[in-house]
Write a protein that binds this ligand. Sequence first.
Ligand code: FAD
Length: 430
Amino acid sequence: MSWGFSTDPIFQAKLDWIERFVREEVEPLDHICDFSPYDVHNARRNAIVKPLQAKVREQQLWACHLEPDHGGQGYGQLKLALMNEILGRSAFGPTVFGIQAPDTGNGEILAKFGTEAQKAKYLQPLLDNDIVSCFSMTEPRGGSDPTQFTCKAELVGDEWVINGEKWFSSHAHVASFLITMAVTDPDAARHNRLSAFIVPADTPGLEIVKNMPHGNSAWPSHAYLRYTDVRVPRDHLLGERGGGFTVAQTRLGGGRIHHAMRTLAQCKKALDMMCERALSRFTQGGLLSEKQLVQEKIGDSWMEIEQFRLLLLQTAWKIDEYNDYKKVLRDIAAVKVLMPKVMHDVASRALQIHGSLGLTPDMPFIDQVMDSYHTGLADGPTEIHKLTVAKLTLREHKGTDDLFPTGYIPYQREAALKKYADWVEQDIAA
Ligand SMILES: Cc1cc2nc3c(=O)[nH]c(=O)nc-3n(C[C@H](O)[C@H](O)[C@H](O)COP(=O)(O)OP(=O)(O)OC[C@H]3O[C@@H](n4cnc5c(N)ncnc54)[C@H](O)[C@@H]3O)c2cc1C
């Protein structure tokens, strides 16, 4: 049996390098760049980001989510989690290390379902971060229930013709291609109506109705898209016709846990700042850190982060062990549910402990609190994931036809008396 929580020294040395590199060279970008890390068409962005990416490659830490045959290191999810909990502190971190969403998941889809020609055209440049991509699934009338989607694709001759609207298609304005989910089989069973397509971004008929930021973000990167007679060749269908859910699951399992890994980094950052402030601010005869109500905030934050971190790392470990996302559906859903709450609560406490300063844009807490809502919506809202946890848990149990539950103590006592009848008899006689 092996059961351990230590990091091997060789990988620890890499984590130490990442820690230094992110603090000294990557995090500063968040404060001076007026462009998105995703804006690969921006020469100023490339001038600063590409050399940093080269340093990551030199350390053999590039695109660690991938297996070596796709240019990664084959480190697996556990090591990726340990990396992400450091580099997730910075908005530029994931891009500098080649592990930014949604490109990671979209790359997985292309690697698994794309034709050789599509892989050559899109996958390699995507892995090299020469291009970025978009996942276009949510619709304006609702994202929580994909069985309600109406954007449709019809096969006309040798082309799929796509018509409909999509909502919050992140990074569509800089993407070279989109992975679009559309209804191909409206009369099929609920989960077999959708198919996935590659849509090159310059295809006629694809229109950005509006680009929206989330909260105060400087980058309006979430697109409201309209598809009007958007024509793509027949072979741009990804996976099986009607197999859109299977394709989406390929990216969403990994996507959700990667997001949680990066959020963990933000939670730890907020706790560090909370502690520093508590140990620095003097009020009413003592440091904030000496007030018990402040200590409670720090203690609660540490415990919540640690519980979240352990479940996250265990889930990453299970993904590596089982190599089958279906076996970790409940674990990933549970991590996804915890993520917004821990982020929200820790960032809110950090904000409160910083007083009025915490509420200003000169500190990161407002953005972190707002981001907790992002994590509670993107890749499906918390409520839906709670249902998944509950349903999968219930599947492991069964009801009873009896009037009383099997745990009814008189029943258990009766059974115990029967099992130890000889001893009970001797005991009474003695
Ligand atoms: C920052 C950000 C980035 C995103 N990026 C992308 C992207 O790149 N591509 C993409 O396709 N989508 C993207 N999304 C969309 C995201 O997937 C949807 O927001 C999400 O699926 C919820 O859909 P909705 O916003 O339409 O909310 P709705 O479906 O309208 O749901 C609204 C609310 O109703 C409640 N609710 C829904 N169902 C239930 C239920 N069964 N039980 C109880 N309560 C329920 C929940 O509180 C939910 O938040 C992004 C979202 C955000 C916030």
